[in-house]
Design a protein around this ligand. Structure first.
Ligand code: SF4
Ligand code: SF4
Length: 298
């Protein structure tokens, strides 16, 4: 059945899929506890540690986890002020649809099959799942890396009550060149496979409310109004990678936001035009705030 599953994934455009075991993930627990002690977590992260390391607390009777990657790299663009992952339409919609069709396919093949699909919304640590499902390895920049697509991919996973045979975790790391550590504008990359998200531009540009002085200083080391790609762009593992084959991520791309345009829009207009984009999830106000901290004025 695992073979049929992987074939089906391929048919719907998912080349990278694997099976993660259901833990509990005590090795991950250690890492997370350490991060919490050091204050290296953000308000976006699921705080309930137990749920992060034990999938059975999210789905009773879970027997395996199907992990899928959705590569999105379409080439490098110089004139941009948003992160690459937000160029196409919101990946949540695309990835969720594909995960749901996997779930429905398995329902038609396996009697009594049940599942729960997650893209970003689940309590589990999706990067950890990528590793234990044998799909990618850790970079010092805390991204997961694959051979074909580097680290430019989204992650989705399906908890299910069928015991697919788990894959072996990928037992290697990036080449540890240190380039990401040197080039990170916020000095957020700690060099031990952890980052301090509170110094990361990607987090700062999505954080609600007023920014602190230090956050504004970090923001101004770059020109991005949503996200940051530096630690991925400088990584040698991202140099000779393939472009995504997923049609959904190749079309209707937006590379740059314009302050005057967005500032002149009502919230409703912003939502109508950009509501299907990942950079819009925090609303117009956060984008304008970021522009203004970067010196744009009415
Ligand atoms: S996304 Fe940018 S700010 Fe965040 S760790 Fe990477 S280089 Fe540093
Ligand atoms: S830039 Fe170098 S150290 Fe950083 S993740 Fe890539 S290979 Fe590892």
């Amino acid at each position: 059945m695992k073979q049929r599953l992987l074939e089906f994934c391929n048919e719907i455009g998912i080349e990278n899929a694997g099976i993660a075991h259901i833990g509990p993930y005590y090795d991950l627990e250690k890492i997370l506890r350490n991060r919490i002690e050091k204050g290296h977590y953000t308000s976006f992260e699921e705080r309930e540690l137990e749920r992060r390391i034990d999938p059975s607390l999210t789905m009773e009777g879970v027997k395996s986890i199907i992990v899928c990657l959705f590569p999105y790299f379409t080439g490098r663009v110089e004139d941009t002020n948003i992160s690459k992952y937000t160029y196409p339409k919101d990946y949540h919609i695309v990835a969720r649809e594909k995960l749901e069709s996997i779930g429905e396919f398995l329902k038609s093949e396996i009697q009594g099959f049940e599942y729960k699909a997650f893209v970003d919304s689940g309590p589990l640590v999706d990067r950890y799942l990528v590793n234990i499902a044998g799909l990618g390895f850790y970079g010092i920049n805390s991204h997961m890396i694959t051979k074909e697509y580097g680290s430019y991919f989204f992650i989705g996973y399906i908890l299910c009550n069928h015991g697919f045979e788990p894959d072996n975790s990928m037992d290697k790391t990036c080449i540890r060149c240190g380039e990401c550590v040197k080039r990170c504008p916020g000095n957020a990359i700690l060099g031990d496979f952890n980052i301090n998200p509170n110094r990361c531009i990607s987090y700062i540009t999505q954080k609600k409310g007023e920014l602190r002085k230090e956050e504004i200083r970090i923001l101004n080391k770059n020109h991005m109004v949503f996200g940051c790609d530096i630690c991925q762009d400088v990584c040698p593992h991202n140099k000779k990678i393939e472009h995504t084959k997923m049609e959904e991520f190749k079309i209707d791309l937006i590379y740059k936001l314009n302050y005057d345009e967005i500032n002149s829009m009502s919230n409703k207009e912003f939502k109508r035009k950009y509501g299907d984009r990942a950079f819009s999830w925090r609303g117009k106000g956060i984008i304008i705030r970021n522009f203004e901290y970067l010196g744009y004025k009415e």
